[in-house]
Design a protein around this ligand. Structure first.
Ligand SMILES: Nc1ncnc2c1ncn2[C@@H]1O[C@H](COP(=O)(O)OP(=O)(O)O)[C@@H](O)[C@H]1O
Ligand SMILES: [Mg+2]
Length: 288
C-alpha cells in the first residue's frame, strides 16, 4: 500500500555552492503510513522544520524524492499544487499569519484557494471551527480582537478547513501556558481520532509528544538518529541526553522511585499514566 508520505534519500542544502552553504538534511529515508500519529523531536537546528517543509513541496530537495500518497510531488506543476492541499502545514506561531477582516474569512482562505463552492467553503469553515473550539459568534469578529490562544485556534482551523490527508504541526503549543498546551494537544488528538487523518507533530516538549504520538523519530544533525515506539525511544535516555534531549520529567521521577526500592514500571511517559499506575498499585496493596 502507498504511504501517506515517503521520503527517499532526501538531502537539503541551504545556499548551495556559496560560502554560507549549510547541509540541513543528509540522506533521509522515512515512511509514514496513512492514519499514523508521528512525533518528531530534535535539538534546535537539527533539521526538523526543514524536513517538514519538504512534505508539501514548500522546499525542493537538493537530492532525493518526496512521495505523497505514492506520487512524486515534484513530478509536474499540477502535482506540486495538489500536494499543498493534501498536506496541510501549520507553522510555529501560525497566528502571525492571520490577516483577513474576519475570523470566517481567515479560516476560509485555504478552501477558497482550492476553488470550492461557497456552500462547501462555509461547511468546511463551520466544521473546522467546531474541531478547534472556535464558537460561531467569533466568526464575524476581527482576528485582531482575539486573545493569543484564540488566534492560535483560528489559524489551526484555517489549515484544518482544507481537510488535508496529512496535517503537520511545527511546535503547535509553543508559547502557551500549561493548561493551554494541554487543551491544544487534546484538540489535535481528538481531531486525529475523529478524522483518521495522518498527523505529524514537531515538538520540543517530551510531555506533549508522549501524550500524542505512537511513533517517534529523533532528528540529530540532519539525520534520523532514532525511529520507533515511544518506549523504544524513551528507553534510550542516555543517548537522548547526548543529543541534548531528555525523557519526560515524570519518567525520571519513576526511575528515582524505583532506585529507592519500589517496584514501579519504567515505561511511564505521561502524568495521566503515572496517576493511573500509582492508583492501581495503591488499590492492589503493592505499596505500604
Ligand atoms: N533559510 C535558511 N537559510 C540558511 N540556513 C538555514 C535556513 N533555515 C534553516 N537553516 C539551517 O539549517 C539547519 C536546520 O534548521 P531547521 O530545519 O530550522 O532546524 P530545527 O527546526 O530542528 O530547529 C540549521 O543549521 C539552520 O541554521
Ligand atoms: Mg524548527
Amino acid at each position: 500500500m502507498n504511504c501517506a508520505i515517503e521520503i527517499r534519500n532526501l538531502s537539503h542544502l541551504y545556499s548551495p555552492g556559496t560560502p554560507s552553504q549549510v547541509t540541513a538534511l543528509k540522506d533521509i529515508n522515512l515512511r509514514i503510513g496513512h492514519g499514523e500519529i508521528l512525533g518528531i523531536i530534535g535539538h534546535t537546528g537539527s533539521g526538523k522544520s526543514t524536513l517538514i517543509s519538504h512534505f508539501n513541496g514548500l522546499l525542493k530537495p537538493s537530492s532525493g524524492t518526496v512521495l505523497v500518497d505514492g506520487e512524486d510531488i515534484h513530478k509536474d506543476k499540477e502535482t506540486l499544487r495538489s500536494s499543498r492541499f493534501k498536506v496541510g502545514l501549520c507553522f510555529q506561531y501560525p497566528e502571525y499569519q492571520l490577516f483577513e477582516e474576519t475570523v470566517f474569512k481567515d479560516i476560509a482562505f485555504g478552501p477558497k484557494n482550492m476553488k470550492l463552492s461557497d456552500d462547501e467553503i462555509k461547511q468546511r469553515v463551520l466544521r473546522a471551527a467546531q474541531y478547534t473550539g472556535v464558537p460561531e459568534e467569533m466568526l464575524e469578529k476581527s482576528p485582531f480582537d482575539l486573545s493569543g490562544g484564540e488566534k492560535r485556534r483560528v489559524a489551526i482551523a484555517g489549515v484544518m478547513a482544507m481537510e488535508p490527508q496529512v496535517l503537520v504541526f511545527d511546535e503547535p503549543a509553543a508559547g502557551l501556558d500549561p493548561s493551554g498546551r494541554k487543551a491544544l494537544i487534546n484538540l489535535i488528538k481528538d481531531y486525529h481520532k475523529k478524522t483518521g487523518c495522518t498527523v505529524i507533530v514537531v515538538s520540543h516538549s517530551m510531555e506533549d509528544i508522549a501524550r500524542l504520538a505512537d511513533r517517534l523519530i529523533v532528528i540529530n544533525g540532519g539525520t534520523i538518529a532514532m525511529d520507533g515506539s515511544l518506549h523504544d525511544v524513551f528507553s534510550r535516555s542516555e543517548e537522548l541526553a547526548g543529543m541534548g534531549l531528555d525523557v519526560p520529567e515524570v519518567t525520571k521521577i519513576f526511575a528515582q522511585i524505583r532506585e529507592r526500592g519500589f517496584d514501579v514500571p519504567l515505561d511511564v511517559y505521561s502524568v495521566e499514566y503515572a496517576e493511573k499506575t500509582i492508583l492501581s498499585m495503591l488499590e492492589g496493596g503493592n505499596v505500604q
